[in-house]
Structures are given as C-alpha cells and as structure tokens.
Design a protein around this ligand. Sequence first.
Ligand code: DIG
Ligand code: MN
Ligand code: MN
Length: 391
Amino acid sequence: MDPFQPTRDDRFSFGLWTVGNPGRDPFGEPVRESVKPTQLVAKLAECGAWGVNLHDNDLVPFGASAQERDRIVADFKSALDDHGMVVPMATTNLFSHPAFRDGAFTANDPAVRAFALQKSMDAIDLGVELGARTYVFWGGREGSEADACRDPREALRRMRAAIDYLCAYVKDQGYDLVFALEAKPNEPRGDIYLPTTGAMLAFIASLEHGEMVGVNPEVAHEHMAGLSFVHAVAQAMEVDKLFHIDLNAQRIGRYDQDLRFGSEDLKQAFLLVRLLEGTSGTARYEGPRHFDAHAYRSEDLEGVWDFARGCMRTYKILVERARAFDADPEVQALIAEERDAKLEGLCAGYERERATTLRGLDLDPAALGRRGKQWERLDQWMTEHMLGARS
Ligand code: DIG
Ligand code: MN
Ligand code: MN
C-alpha cells in the first residue's frame, strides 16, 4: 500500500480553475483543451482529492440564463454525488469582466461597486447551494497604478462597506458560511490594497462582523512580498483566523507562479506542513488543504494530473518527514523550552511588587551574551530528516 496515496481524510482540494487551467499566459494562447467541470470532478476523485472549489464563472458562464444556470448546477451536483466529492469553498470572479477594469468593491464608479455586490450575492447563493462553508474574497482588481486615482483610505472604506454588507447578507439569509480574505501584493494591479495576510488581519479587526471573517493566505503571495509564509500562517492560527489556505510554490522576486506545492522552497514547505499538522505537539489546522496552483504551460492533460498528484504526494511525504523530525529525541532535547519558574513568574504580567523585584535582579548581560545556541546543529538535523538521511 503506497503510504503517500491521498485519501479523502487528507482533505485535499483543488479549484476548478487550477486543474482546468488551459495554459494561457500573457505571452501565449491556451495550450490545453478545456475540460468540463464534471470531468474535472471525476479525475480529481480518481487522484484521491476530497474537494473541488470554484469561482462562480468557472461553473456558470457569465451571462447564462437562470434555466441554463440551474441545468449546469444540477449536472455538477450529480457529478459531485457520483464521485463522492464536496465543495468546501466558493468565491466570486470579480477580476475577469472588463467592468472590473479599475476594481470591484473599491472602484470609483458606484455602478461597478453595485454590480460587484450583486454578482457576489448571486455567487454566494451558488456556493451555499453546492455546500460550501467557506467563502473567499481575493481582490485581484482592488488596487491601482495611478495612485492619485483615489485616496487609499477611501478604497479601504469601500472594501469594508462591501464585506460588512455581504456579512449582513449571509446572516440575513441564515447561511452557515464564513469569509476568508486572501491577500496579494500586486498582479494584476500595479499595487493591490491589503497586500499581505498581516494587513488583512488588521483590516478584519475593523469590520462590523469580524467574528465571521478570517484569512486565506497563499504561499506565492506572501513570497512575492518577500515575507515568511510560515510566520504569516502562524499569526493567523494564533488568533484563530486561519479559515482556509492556498497551497502552492513560488520563486522569490517573480510574478505569481502558482507552482506545484513543494516544487520550490522545500524547506519552507516542510516547516509549513509541520506547522499545519502540529507534529511538534501543537494544535493542527483542521481546514481544507487547498492547492491554488496549476501545471506548467509545457504540460498536456496528462501533465496536469501529474501536477495534481505531485501536490498531494509531496504534502503527505512532508507530513511523514515532519513527524520523524519531531519524534527525534535529539531534536526534542535541543528545542525543549528553557524553563525558569521564578523568572517566568516575574515576567508574567505587570504587578508593582513583582516589577520592583524584577528590576532588582542582576541578570549579567555579558554572561547571557556568551551563551551560544545550537541552531546550526538543529537546522542540519532538519535538513537530514528532509533528505531522508536521518530517521
Ligand atoms: C488567486 O490566488 C485567487 C483566485 O484564484 C481565487 O479567487 C482565490 C481562491 O483560492 N485565489
Ligand atoms: Mn489563491
Ligand atoms: Mn496565486
């Protein structure tokens, strides 16, 4: 039995737009024929995936009639049932239509902002109908090139008004749905508002219904901003706001590559899996393991499924490596917490008497400065576990 064969319990999911990506890029036409959503569902199930996600127009073409929409949705539901697949997450395409050329929720034209709300409510209805429990907002067009076009504070006010409005809609409808905001620093706009997961966490704190709003961090997007994705995810987890995650890979200093998970910075992928799976004894992330990525443009359809299988296999291999690393007694000994009950007690919250005692301590900074760590050894052991040279 292949230990890295994905199962439904792994909760791996892919967007229709990922395995359905036809290979178009700014410099070339599609290289792969399009595949029907119902066929993508069948193939994803065959590969061992658990869920399939979608933008409204990945399934229902823009401008389809109500009858056409219902027929397409019925066929899709049948395919989901036939193959035991679920729809964990849905989202709205607020970036392809020319109407969104200067933004959707943050556009200067109030008619565009109204259209974005209208389209989002329809897409939320669709996602809920398909069983989605998480709804992602990625503001791909919410940004600027000529930054004098609007006060960035006004853009944030418009974004807040839209998210508050749609949270109220979900509550009014009685939907069992939470929102996950996805950050990206740029592309397709010169600069995108709310560019990082950290910025999104600050923004969520200003919302009217912030309790139902979390984040959907993406590996490539934090890397594009030159940030540690592991630290961004850890901050979201620490405040219980990691509602969803977009897994892929990215080379620093490049456009959004959305590469196969683990295919670039393997060390960060290892540390991310270790964090999500809680192999050091910490709480696990319990949400979908979603791959927002696509195959190289060089690939045909067979290569697309190599890509999908590779995402899931690499994730599972890294889980096994992280478990071995955290079970290694020498590693455990090296990263065991340094404890000093007295000092920790004095630092655990201000209290005048304790502060006076703390200030009177002779902590000998010179001696503290002479104490080297053993992180070279730790990182080498981690590398050897990753490479299978240490078990
Ligand atoms: C891009 O990273 C965005 C869109 O693909 C989608 O809106 C979102 C959901 O994963 N990610
Ligand atoms: Mn994404
Ligand atoms: Mn991306």
